[in-house]
Design a protein around this ligand. Structure first.
Ligand SMILES: [Mg+2]
Length: 159
């Protein structure tokens, strides 16, 4: 199903070394907003910095691919010491392809991680790349986002 995540977790920090090994994953393409921190927040969410360091230390390759602009993504990614693609155009493949090229591992060993069904998950599914849906750190208050979150619900049944 094109809108269904492969795996569903509460937060990125639940992605463990065991999880990566069991699923034969060697890389993660990470969304930024509401995945690594809240919208417009320059600081990573609680435990995220430690989690990134842990993943790096076991050799996991990571890139941020965000639909947000370079002013938002550049300082945040640099702060975590991660490569990134801004203006990623998810659900289109452009950003994912750029990231995969830099990571230099096959898509079969990469999971795409994000909090939005219609960008992160749809985009990955269109490429047949595995996905890890994480619950948004904070629910958005704008009308547009409320509609989106409502429409996502059927694809997250049971969670
Ligand atoms: Mg997001």
């Amino acid at each position: 199903m094109i809108f269904k995540p492969t795996y569903i977790l509460k937060s990125v920090t639940e992605i463990s070394a065991d999880f990566m090994a069991e699923k034969n994953l060697k890389g993660l393409i990470l969304d930024l907003d509401n995945t690594l921190t809240t919208h417009n927040n320059p600081h990573p969410a609680e435990k995220v910095t430690d989690w990134i360091d842990k993943m790096k230390s076991i050799g996991i390759k990571m890139m941020i691919v965000s639909n947000n602009n370079s002013q938002r993504v550049t300082p945040f990614a640099k702060n975590l010491g991660l490569d990134f693609v801004a203006n990623g155009k998810k659900p289109l493949s452009t950003g994912f392809n750029k990231a995969q090229e830099i990571m230099n591992i096959p898509f079969s060993e990469i999971a795409i991680v994000g909090d939005q069904i219609f960008t992160d998950i749809l985009g990955a599914n269109l490429k047949r790349v595995r996905t890890i849906y994480v619950h948004p750190i904070e629910l958005e208050s704008t009308f547009f986002f409320k509609i989106k979150r409502f429409l996502e619900k059927p694809f997250l049944k049971g969670f």
